[in-house]
Design a protein around this ligand. Structure first.
Ligand code: NAG
Ligand code: NAG
Ligand code: NAG
Ligand code: NAG
Length: 396
């Protein structure tokens, strides 16, 4: 019989990265107050550090929980839907989801490439796409507004198919409802080989309000390999804290306190933070970007609209890129901020960069996606004392 010596056991323990038996518990955060972007690599308990890939899995789950509780509302996905039925004909995927005796049906349409036989890579268009889609890629059009209304009025809260299924008092804001539906589209595609979509090559995109939704979908649907939020602004790639700061310097930017009055993209759970101080949030939108890591994320911004808070987006996404760096995938998050052009019109300035991302993540081409470019000449580094006073570990 072999009895390992104490030395052998110790040597093994040193060699193997520590596997977390249990994720740290989330403490009471009633007096949480942080004027910087919360450290991605320290758990919200304030002291446990993220050092290993297992730690990061815990930290990512913690961020997901905190964002659901405090901002986006609950993703009702655990357990998965009671029943999901799908039928496919020509170019329409008809999806029926049943929960607690109620059913809803929605029917995304697919525009196929005119050549080739598939399975094709695809981009899910949150309310359509407004980026140029190269040939060879299918476009899946998802009518997000029927799923959860986003008229610019509080009266649209709780209206739409999602709320028919889960109740008009479900905590989810519109964006979380859309993310839920994107997950159901992926479920449906998995069961429908006849739809000829390559499940390992599906991305999501949307512009402006739908760009906010695209980022949330990318964060909460890990089967998506590429997320392209376009001019998403506040509630998307912007940091709540940095947008408050930008407004305080006299630049008219959408902030948390404005957005909760304007629309129903977020859960009412967010009001308590928006009404008091965003410093009380135990995360910010660099955390949302970090949830996408190490999958592809290409952030498209336009400097012409102060309301979109381009500096806020830049800072948040450079900070999110720290998670990519820690995971050894720095170049999977690209940031591109063009000079002014009409909102949601895609400029030539960003064409090569967009192509590099699509070619790498949807066509497996070895392109250079190490993109961090802003026509705004902004400076933002991690670490920095004001916004990101934290160290970036190399996770093992
Ligand atoms: C948070 O901390 C800052 C700096 O320490 C302080 O100025 C601010 O009043 C605090 N805010 C809250 C809501 O406690
Ligand atoms: C936030 O402020 C709005 C507008 O003043 C108000 O309707 C809402 O009840 C407040 N919510 C919370 C949680 O403080
Ligand atoms: C940006 O471009 C749009 C569309 O051309 C224009 O309406 C707007 O005034 C421009 N903004 C700035 C700051 O130049
Ligand atoms: C950025 O720097 C370039 C070169 O100095 C300058 O032409 C441009 O106006 C600057 N852009 C902004 C938004 O300040």
């Amino acid at each position: 019989m072999f009895y390992p010596t104490l030395q052998a056991v110790l040597a093994l323990c040193l060699l193997l990265p520590a596997v977390r038996a249990q994720c740290p518990a989330i403490p009471d955060l009633a007096s949480y107050n942080n004027t910087a972007l919360p450290d991605l690599f320290t758990f919200v308990d304030g002291h446990t550090k993220v050092l290993t890939l297992d730690d990061w899995a815990c930290r990512r789950a913690e961020i997901s929980t905190l964002m659901q509780i405090n901002e986006l509302g609950t993703l009702p996905d655990d357990p998965p839907p009671e029943a999901l039925d799908v039928s496919f004909s020509e170019d329409t995927l008809t999806i029926t989801v049943t929960e607690g005796g109620k059913s809803i049906t929605f029917a995304p349409t697919i525009t196929y490439p005119t050549t080739g036989t598939g399975p094709f890579p695809a981009i899910i268009g949150m309310g359509g796409v407004s980026i140029p889609i190269p040939s060879g890629i299918a476009i899946i059009n998802f009518d997000n507004e029927a799923m959860a209304n986003q008229d610019s009025s509080p009266a649209s809260r709780g209206v739409g198919l999602f709320f028919d299924l889960f109740g008009s008092d479900a905590s989810a804001g519109a964006m979380m409802a859309w993310a839920w539906a994107v997950r159901r589209i992926m479920d449906a595609l998995e069961r429908t080989p006849a739809a000829k979509i390559n499940l390992a090559k599906v991305g999501v995109s949307g512009c402006s309000r739908d760009g906010k939704g695209a980022l949330v979908a990318g964060a909460f649907e890990p089967r998506l390999v590429l997320t392209i939020p376009q001019e998403s602004g506040s509630g998307g790639t912007d940091s709540w804290r940095i947008s408050d700061y930008v407004l305080s310097t006299g630049i008219l930017t959408q902030t948390a306190s404005e957005i909760v009055q304007e629309n129903v993209w977020l859960s009412t759970n967010f009001d308590q933070f928006a009404n008091t101080s965003t410093d009380r949030l135990p995360f910010d939108h660099h955390s949302l970007g970090a949830m996408v890591a190490p999958r592809g994320l290409f952030v498209i911004d336009n400097l012409g609209y102060d309301w979109l808070g381009p500096f806020s987006s830049y800072g948040a996404m450079v900070a999110a890129r720290a998670a990519y760096q820690a995971l050894g995938a720095t170049d999977s998050l690209g940031i591109s901020q063009s000079p002014n052009h009409t909102h949601c019109e895609f400029p030539d300035y960003q064409q090569d960069q967009l192509s590099a991302f699509i070619d790498k993540f949807l066509f497996d081409q070895p392109t250079d996606t190490n993109i961090d470019q802003t026509a705004g000449n902004y400076t933002f580094v991690v670490p920095n004392a004001r916004w990101a006073p934290w160290r970036v570990p190399k996770l093992i």
